[in-house]
Design a protein around this ligand. Structure first.
Ligand code: SAJ
Length: 451
């Protein structure tokens, strides 16, 4: 029987056992997706608290789309464990979704990928042809350079004991429309037959298209440039938001006009680019270029522009307070939004942190409101506000994250409690005219200064 026929039959019948290593934002919805598709699943994680939450049917992530979707651990098809020994030998496929953070020197830290490789390959059975798939975002070549030596170290034979593939995770945290169950996927593999078989398997997970794109490196590169392109596009509107107001035009009006062109892609200027994907992934490519004595000018410049945005915005805020004649001593600012994006409680890489730090360095007292974010994620020195209408005495409100609730705030009541009713819309998410009528002095990113 040619490789793959049996695998594809068992994919169709659901008689495959799928292991997922790393039960986080990506691994957990992936495990639930394959469980719901009828497969037997082993969810493997090194964190005792994650294991405990899952065994109790609780969502261990801040991902709202996973609430009430954790299967019961009494079901023999849903196996949660920290033991690779108890799980890997029973798996036909092992999917790895572990963090790939960037170091202080802005280089990828592949330790979690390496550790997962050792834990998995040391438990793969001979002749099992276990397929091991990396989903974490890496630079082109990392899967091969990190895992192939480990496969050799354990004396495993590629194509007999083990196969390796790469399928980058693609989903938008907090966005049920672009989730694990409906986004298109790409697969790269050492063995084309394996790639084709995995197309069938992932088609059980997502209603989106699944594409075998060739080598592992092609798939690794695809994911990286998807996020690099997004970072560059956001940097463009952020840079335009610094110059257009000086030319007397509001960037949002310009973007409205430009968006009438069929192939203009619209992005929104903001206080910066946060998260653990977009501001991180470009450094993986920059680092690889540096290692080869070539530099990526545009990609690096985009990172610098986006990294600088919260500092630029903080300087704007100080200028606005100066112009408004707010005394230098005792200035108070309220930052609305601490999460890096709306409707999510994740402050990893959030530009709100940099904004707060610069404002405090200029002697401004900073408070923040964001009910999505756990209280221990706010920076030291920042006062946490639970109800915006219950506080007052601020000189400026800064919109840092466009949470939907903000549009329904009682802005009249808030204005009455302000020491100076000044608002800075850092995400261009509010009705500026409506606020002005209420007596707010409105400023915004990308908008000419309100004299
Ligand atoms: N941002 C802007 N202006 C924009 C768009 C985003 O300032 O026009 C800012 C956001 O406020 C945020 C940051 O950029 O601080 C990142 O926003 P994002 O919408 O890209 O959200 P992420 O980081 O959650 O990106 C995820 C990524 N998913 C994965 O890596 C698995 C990314 O690949 C997706 O492209 C992105 O979702 C998406 O498609 O929305």
């Amino acid at each position: 029987m040619e490789w793959g026929e049996d695998f594809e039959d068992r994919t169709d019948s659901g008689k495959l056992v799928v292991g997922i290593v790393g039960m986080g934002y990506v691994g957990l919805p992936t495990a639930i997706g394959f469980y719901n598709a009828g497969f037997t699943v082993f969810g493997i994680d090194s964190s005792e608290s994650v294991i405990a939450s899952l065994l109790n049917g609780r969502n261990p992530t801040n991902e709202p789309t996973l609430e009430d979707r954790i299967p019961s651990s009494t079901d023999e098809r849903w196996n949660i464990t920290h033991s690779f020994t108890d799980s890997i030998p029973k798996c036909d496929v092992v999917i790895v979704s572990v963090p790939t953070p960037v170091t202080e020197e802005r280089r990828i830290d592949a330790k979690f990928v390496r550790e997962a490789g050792h834990s998995i390959f040391s438990n793969v059975r001979n002749d099992s042809n276990t397929i091991v798939i990396l989903e974490s975002t890496v630079y082109p070549g990392l899967t091969r350079s990190e895992w192939f030596p480990i496969v050799d170290e354990y004396g495993l034979k590629m194509g007999t004991d083990v196969e390796i593939a790469y399928c980058p995770e693609r989903y938008n945290p907090g966005d049920p429309v672009h989730g694990i169950n409906n986004v298109d996927r790409v697969i790269g593999s050492t063995n084309p037959l394996v790639g084709q078989s995995l197309v069938k398997l992932y088609s059980k997970l997502t209603s989106g298209g699944v594409h075998h794109v060739g080598s592992i490196e092609v798939a690794e590169s695809s994911k990286l440039i998807e996020n690099v392109q997004r970072d560059i596009n956001i940097a463009l509107v952020n840079e335009l938001s610094m110059i257009l107001p000086k030319l007397g035009v509001d960037i949002e009006e310009v973007l409205d006009a430009a968006s009438t062109k069929w192939n203009f892609h619209r992005y929104t200027p903001g206080i910066g680019v946060g998260g653990h994907c977009i501001p991180v992934d470009p450094y993986f490519l920059i680092d690889q270029a540096n290692e080869r004595n070539s530099s990526l000018e545009l990609i690096s410049a985009a990172r610098e522009i986006n990294n600088h945005m919260p500092i630029f915005i903080a300087e704007e805020i100080v200028e606005i307070l100066e112009t408004a004649g707010v005394p230098k001593n005792g200035r108070r600012a309220l930052i609305v939004g601490w999460s890096y994006k709306p409707q999510l409680g994740d402050s990893r890489g959030s530009p709100s942190k940099d904004l707060a730090e610069v404002l405090m360095s200029k002697g401004i007292e900073v408070s923040s409101w964001d009910p999505y974010v756990p209280k221990n994620q706010f920076s030291e020195g920042v006062s946490i506000v639970d109800e915006v209408t219950e506080v007052g005495g601020y000189d400026i409100v800064i919109i840092a994250t466009a949470h939907e609730e903000i549009a329904n705030f009682n802005w009249e009541e808030i204005a009455e409690n302000m020491r100076n009713p000044i608002i800075f819309d850092g995400r261009r998410c509010l009705d500026i005219n409506h606020l002005s009528v209420m007596g707010w002095h409105v400023e915004a990113v990308g908008m000419p200064r309100n004299q």
